[in-house]
Design a protein around this ligand. Sequence first.
Ligand SMILES: NC(=O)c1ccc[n+]([C@@H]2O[C@H](COP(=O)([O-])OP(=O)(O)OC[C@H]3O[C@@H](n4cnc5c(N)ncnc54)[C@H](O)[C@@H]3O)[C@@H](O)[C@H]2O)c1
Ligand SMILES: [Zn+2]
Length: 342
Amino acid sequence: MRKYQDIKFPPSGKSPTKAVVESMSKLNIAMEHPAPAPQVGTTVPVPEPMKVEEKKLEPKLTLEELAKRIKSGAYKKIVALTGAGISVNAGIPDFRSPGTGLYNQLEKLNLPFPEAVFTLEYFKENPEPFFQVAKEMFGKKYVPTKAHYFLRLLEQKGLLIRNYTQNIDNLEADAGMAADKLIQAHGTYASAHCVGCKMAVDGKAMVESIREGKPKYCEKCKSPCKPDIVFFGESLPDRFFDKVAEVKHDCDFLMIMGSTLQVMPFNMLPLMVGPEVPRLVINNELPELFAEDARNGDVYMAGDSDASITKLVALLGWNEELAKLMAERAELAKKYGVELKS
Ligand SMILES: NC(=O)c1ccc[n+]([C@@H]2O[C@H](COP(=O)([O-])OP(=O)(O)OC[C@H]3O[C@@H](n4cnc5c(N)ncnc54)[C@H](O)[C@@H]3O)[C@@H](O)[C@H]2O)c1
Ligand SMILES: [Zn+2]
């Protein structure tokens, strides 16, 4: 079990806020705290030497074996955890990719620290940087990627119990995923509220402000209005906590795609499944968490998510079915006037 203190939480170096700690306790995961330091003058017992037991190691799971098992119907309760990486091929930058991630492009905004742009206290004082960043992220139309359609295919086959996404771009829904299958753990920008009097704001009006890159202020109390995305320090939506026990109790195969897994409490989800549950990681880089908590049932596909999905789908023999769904993508691109690169 990883220690609470080991988990990075932006803003770096600051301790998690009360809301996040509450979120963690709702997740019902035991957190290890270090033992208190012994007081001066007390005798510290010398630990007994540890007994060494000989244990045979299970052979490590391979991608081919995993695909064989999925194909044979061994897993019927798949949970997918997704992040910004799966929307990069749609044209939406992620946060942390060196060079291209949004955090690299924030210098011109003169922020006290990059994450300030998604911090409630800072937003209340100065909402402009957020709207400039939001314009860059969501100012135009995007179409879902192959990775999104693969998840839809899992749903269509009746194998997906839930897609927990950190993304706020709504591309899962655009790919046709049923609302019931999707948990937008960090909210969505399609609806909004005033941060002062909490009055609901028309979602379309908020989208318009984002397109213009200009803050929207409440007609009643003049405070800035914020899309219903979860800022650092805010609690996750109730629906996340209502469902999350299924990750621990029901999930028989966990897929993680396009995330550094640095944001709490979302990054606790991969730790909730038992050691018998295979965990497939599809990402440009191996998330730190997986390097620290490596298991025999982990399979890592390094590199581009859509290229990995192409490989996986070929192993599964699902090419035709995915192509059928991807035809919807071509239609959507035509409708939105978006040129498809892949
Ligand atoms: N599209 C979106 O909705 C969007 C975009 C940017 C940030 N966010 C926010 O980012 C926060 C969490 O961070 P995160 O972990 O989701 O993002 P992150 O930026 O921390 O990590 C993205 C990961 O995806 C990888 N990646 C980038 N392009 C890839 C590709 N084509 N194929 C495979 N992997 C690729 C990167 O190497 C990185 O490890 C969330 O709170 C989320 O709301 C969302
Ligand atoms: Zn108001």
